[in-house]
Design a protein around this ligand. Structure first.
Ligand code: ZN
Length: 508
């Protein structure tokens, strides 16, 4: 057992730090859901103040001394014991934060806000030149950031490690190569041999008030609880744990595009459920902070796609949909709707991409940002490199930078997290295969709106563990295999082979 006093003292400080981080999160939630636009500069200052207090408290010599003492006292404990996991996870963050000068961290966050301003103008005018200086600054700051750590390691590894501890650039390259080899021919087969799918009904007029009512009803049926969750409308959807019993999720609605509201909400529900399911023992400790973005994204993708875009789910939910929109759905049945929400079409914009083409967008971003970080691609050559890859992978022409390289603001905020979006899809498929083995009647349960067994499985196997395990440790423990592309490729070939009437040989 650990020297009780050191662990208690450490927990006291870490508890305050988690409180401060959750307060900063709540300020951010308020900014996106409630705050009048005029409050932006005060709010930026308030968030920076809270973040600075949390940072200084954490990187103190006192925390370093307590970590040393706790490590010595817990080294004989089981790897997954509470105290040992706590110390391991806190140590990982501590060492990293200690090595990065406070000034550099502040410069990175200030550069991100001004890059965002530049990006808004650049996109409006579809003018990459306006964004180029911000991109160059961002890369230069990342070079200084990476230089704070071990120089033997690939620079991109340090960036990736902030979002996916334990996964290396080489791991991602290998798995993406396999994924790309499977996806490109599948997209081609669908385009050349697939049946026509009419998806026009999702673009009829759907008043937002009715969409909100529908989404609330669907969320409640899958596990949203009114006394511990909130749903709000925002421009860029997200999910947030404010504390135990307080989960905030968001979505956005388009009157002429029904899927955005429904699947945005189910996606964020998956993130929220993960945050809600963390073991209460981990509350106010670094173990409640879920550090693998890939694992996090696996939970959102699982609810959005494996549940939400399944035939079984719409057997259950279609009557509710039809009751909410009787005129729009007077001539449509559940099967037609199922096919429409799964229509595959190579498109320019990642966030609108279907399940099959989505990962090609991610692979492309990863390859480009890796080349920017290792210096093999000059920032001014990015638009041309982007357009060439869109043509290679998706077979379409990019008309202008607003629909290409400037389509979203992610490169204002950093590099290294794009791969986790695709890893989330792969992990979701790996977990799904395992759930299917453990609950053979899963599809029947979903078909009648019974979601409790699935939720209970996810809580027990994934959510409750908090961040005690890295992504690869979690996969090893839960599915007994390493990160792999094959289960996802098999899932896509089965599902879309059936929807598009492809013969098995065409998808092999
Ligand atoms: Zn997500």
């Amino acid at each position: 057992m650990a020297e009780p006093r050191s662990v208690d003292q450490l927990l006291l400080i870490l508890g305050e730090i988690v409180d401060l981080e959750r307060i900063a999160g709540l300020l951010g939630w308020d900014q996106q859901t409630m705050m009048p636009a005029g409050g932006a500069s005060s709010r930026a200052r308030q968030r920076a103040t809270v973040a600075l207090i949390a940072h200084e408290r954490f990187v103190s010599d006192e925390v370093g001394r307590l970590l040393d003492e706790c490590e010595a006292a817990t080294c004989d404990e089981d790897y997954s014991s509470f105290a040992r996991s706590l110390v391991r996870v806190a140590r990982r963050h501590y060492d990293k934060e200690r090595l990065v000068p406070k000034e550099l961290a502040a410069e990175m966050s200030a550069a991100a806000s001004s890059a965002h301003e530049a990006w808004v103008l650049a996109r409006e005018q579809s003018d990459f030149e306006r964004f180029l200086p911000s991109l160059e600054t961002g890369l230069e700051l990342r070079r200084r950031y990476v230089a704070c750590f071990d120089e033997e390691t690939h620079p991109y590894d340090h960036l990736l490690d902030d979002y996916e501890p334990g996964v290396t650039t080489a791991d991602v390259q290998a798995i993406f190569a396999e994924l790309r080899e499977g996806l490109v021919p599948l997209v081609r087969d669908i385009r050349e041999h697939g049946a026509e799918i009419d998806a026009s009904m999702v673009h009829r007029t759907y008043p937002v008030g009715d969409q909100v009512a529908l989404v609330e009803q669907l969320l409640e049926s899958i596990g949203f609880e009114n006394d511990s969750w909130r749903l709000d409308t925002v421009v860029h959807p997200f999910a947030l744990r404010v504390g135990m019993g307080d989960i905030r999720i968001t979505t956005r609605y388009f009157e002429d595009y029904l899927p955005a509201g429904i699947f945005g909400a189910m996606h964020e529900f998956g993130h929220g459920l993960y945050e809600a399911g963390v073991s209460p023992e981990f509350d106010r400790t670094p173990l409640e902070r879920l550090s693998s973005l890939g694992l996090h994204e696996s939970q959102s993708r699982l609810w959005e796609n494996l549940v939400g875009r399944s035939r079984a789910f719409w057997e259950f939910a279609f009557p509710t949909l039809q009751k909410t929109f009787p005129t729009q759905f007077s001539d449509i049945d559940a099967e037609q709707f199922y096919r429409a929400i799964n229509r595959v079409e190579p498109s320019l914009i990642r966030v609108e991409a279907d399940e099959v083409t989505y990962n090609l967008h991610i692979i492309m971003r990863f390859e480009l940002e890796l080349a920017l970080v290792d210096g093999s691609l000059a920032p001014e050559d990015l638009p041309a490199a982007w357009n060439e890859r869109v043509d290679d992978y998706l077979g379409i022409d990019v008309p202008d930078d607003a629909h290409g390289v400037l389509q979203d603001p992610h490169w204002c905020f950093g590099f290294g997290y794009f791969p986790t979006y695709a890893l989330g899809n792969l992990v979701a498929a790996q977990l799904w295969r395992r759930v299917g083995g453990d609950i053979p009647e899963l599809a029947d349960q979903i078909g009648v709106g019974e979601f409790e067994p699935l939720r209970a499985w996810l809580v027990e196997n994934v959510h409750a563990r908090g961040s005690t395990l890295t992504l690869s440790e979690a996969l090893d423990t839960v599915v007994g295999e390493p990160l792999a592309a094959r289960p996802y490729l098999d899932y896509l070939a089965d599902k879309f082979g059936a929807i598009y009437g492809l013969t098995p040989s065409a998808t092999a």
